[in-house]
Ligand binder design. Structure first.
Ligand code: HPA
Ligand code: ZN
Length: 339
């Protein structure tokens, strides 16, 4: 039998919680700044990396929106996505459902078309180069208002056949899901899947709102659901997928000890938890780094890691046939590794 770290790294997996702007590595940020002749307020990659110290979500968001300013052209968005997919493929990611934040770009004058066409080109390239499939999820920035979200949804109309769903991200506290109930209802009528960040910093009540008012198909983070036993039971019974991000939780002080991360408890409670990287360039690692970070705590065995990978396909928006194909490959890998 292979050792646990090797086994976990080689598991075929899907990534369901990845902000493509959060995969912008400092080296690439400097390269794009030079290409676009933009000054950035850091002298070196080391100095920039040194600024990645956060005590709450907002600390990170401030620097993340600032970093995204180097993204200007379709080629920039293509290169950003291509770099992420190369890393994901090396981690045995077979399918990725990636978030993008159009308002971060349209609000500084970058056309929606530049963003989405660049990302779609990167996605097509990953399929050709790695056989890695992907879907796009348009996130509304929750610190902005409902009208801005509706305008973003309208801007997306020409690409609706290439956008799988909508999500909700940015500053959670003070911006409850209820604020976006109507725009999520409209997105549902348009045939889009719905996901939302809830229960990362926000209380269990925000998870209730995401379920009851946004009618989400998947819950992003969801950690604080565990504070509410009835909510936990509801999530488990309904088979709701939680896209959990261990290193993000550590960096943003959602948990204070990675070895006591609640993901093992989530599995024991029957929750369909998955492992994801969130913003890998800012939080210290890609999806395999997140899986690996859970090993030293000793709360998960090989079977649990296989369950986490299995959940990633079950929670994806792939059709049943593709899910079955990925699960068969996963089972074959597990059988071969554990025998
Ligand atoms: N939470 C909320 N908004 C975000 C995040 C996150 O972890 N990453 C990028 N936008
Ligand atoms: Zn996120």
């Amino acid at each position: 039998m292979t050792d646990l770290a090797t086994f976990v790294a080689g598991l075929p997996k899907a990534e369901l919680h990845l902000h493509i702007e959060g995969s912008l590595e400092p080296e690439q940020m400097f390269a794009l700044a030079a290409r676009n002749r933009i000054a950035i307020p850091f002298r070196s990659v080391e100095e920039l990396r040194g600024a990645y110290s956060f005590s709450r979500l907002q600390d990170f968001l401030d620097i993340y929106y600032q970093g995204a300013d180097v993204l200007r052209t379709e080629e920039d968005f293509h290169d950003l996505a291509a770099a992420y997919f190369d890393r994901a493929a090396a981690d045995h990611v077979r399918h990725a459902e990636i978030f993008f934040d159009p308002q971060t770009h349209t609000d500084r004058g970058i056309p929606f078309q530049v963003v989405v066409d660049g990302l779609l080109a990167g996605m097509a390239g990953a399929r050709a180069k790695h056989g890695l499939t992907s879907k796009l999820i348009l996130c509304f920035l929750r610190h902005l208002d409902e009208d801005a979200a509706f305008a973003t949804l309208a801007a997306a109309e020409p690409w609706l056949d290439r956008i799988a769903g909508v999500g909700l991200d940015s500053s959670e506290l003070g911006h409850p899901p209820a604020k976006f109930a109507r725009v999520f209802a409209r997105a549902g009528e348009m045939g889009l899947r719905r996901v939302a960040h809830a229960g990362e910093e926000g209380p269990p009540a925000y998870v209730h709102e995401a379920l009851n008012l946004l009618h989400i198909d998947r819950l992003d983070h969801g950690n604080r659901s565990l504070e509410d036993a009835a909510l936990t039971t509801r999530l488990a019974r309904s088979g709701m997928t939680l896209t959990v991000c261990p290193l993000s939780n550590l960096k943003l002080c959602v948990v204070d000890d990675i070895d006591a991360h609640p993901i093992a408890r989530m599995l024991r409670l029957g929750l369909r938890a998955t492992v994801n990287s969130d913003d890998p360039a800012y939080f210290g690692g890609y999806v395999n780094d997140n899986y690996r970070a859970l090993i030293p705590g000793g709360m998960l065995d090989a079977g649990d890691f296989a369950t986490l990978a299995r959940n990633s396909f079950l929670g994806s928006f792939l059709d049943d046939e593709d899910v079955a194909r990925h699960l068969a490959a996963l089972d074959a890998y597990v059988d071969a590794s554990l025998s």
